[in-house]
Design a protein around this ligand. Sequence first.
Ligand SMILES: [Zn+2]
Length: 140
Amino acid sequence: MDDNNKPESPVKPKPKNPKLGEIDCDLCGRVSSVKQNAKNYFYVGCPSCGVDMRKGALLQTRLYKETQWLAGVTPNLPPNLITDQPEKPAVTQEPAGGNPKQEPKQEPKEDQKQEPKQGSNYQGLFGLACSVCAAILFIR
Ligand SMILES: [Zn+2]
């Protein structure tokens, strides 16, 4: 794709995805070119059958595994690639055995504070005052 030698290119062509590898067409068996679009989906360009842009996971996985990649080509993994060994999810949502339940926080009981009984104090003060008055009156 050495188009730099051209003096001018008034219409900018669409950026073509480079050919990454070859695979036999599953219909006619001819060698087809395998390319990859911007979303990492493979598609096959058969000279007889045309372009196959199916995005099915099975097809994408087959293309990834069976394509004869060109030298130095490292294709990106298609987003729906089927892996032989399913990767374990890093974060397991299932609770492990013996998952401790969150115990409710024990709030300190405020109602156990002993409030001073003001009634008895008033009565004691009233009685003291009365006795003082009585004493004064008695002395006179
Ligand atoms: Zn074909």
